[in-house]
Design a protein around this ligand. Sequence first.
Ligand code: PGA
Length: 250
Amino acid sequence: MRRKLAAGNWKMNGTGAALQELSELAIAHPKPTSDILICPPATLIHRATQVVADTAIQIGGQDCHTDPKGAHTGDISAEMLKDAGARYVIVGHSERRQDHNEQNETVRAKARIAMDNGLTTIVCLGESLTEREAANTLDIIGGQLSGSVPDAATGHDLVIAYEPIWAIGTGHVPSLSQIGEVHDFIRARLERRFGPGVGRSVRIVYGGSVNPGNAGDIFDVSNVDGALVGGASLKSADFSAIITALEAAS
Ligand code: PGA
């Protein structure tokens, strides 16, 4: 059985005042049956881990460098995230692929070093609107999956996030059959590459305009093991409603 995952990605949002949202979330979900993760900006990671200490909420980073350390001004290593109390890290988010021109090879190296440091690694994949309209979605996802996921991945340290770029922050969500098609495809590819045991234990989460209103339907789609949530993770009431929908899904 895969344990479901509700992951919030705060992106470049939040100062110390936002930590209150974490306290509220912890109070609302004292004994969750899913994993609950918040990835705040790096400046808040350490304080966030203190706020959620002794609760079921976990904290993660939004990116890490490919190298263990060195002359990379402004960057953060996987070891530093771990040291600050992070348990997870997101790599290959489409905003990083676009803003920082990250290619699959870089994402794969980041995932590898994150796993080597004991971080559960959320590798993001997703097609653009042009690629979807050209009926290239599965080719793109297949290429990103083989290029961005390290061979050393195990079922426990890897999460795949399917996030169509055109759905992120736009309010446009793919149809449930489109989501199901991609998640089933990713599952089949994982099983083929890593074998059924590992392939079936990797969680595949959906991301892109998930909100309390659409979450329940999305969580009923086959091979959707949770969500990676941007905007709706910033307010504890919204994210809490998404967690409740996840835990109610079959
Ligand atoms: P969104 O972002 O929920 O605001 O669309 C999702 C993401 O980028 O992870």
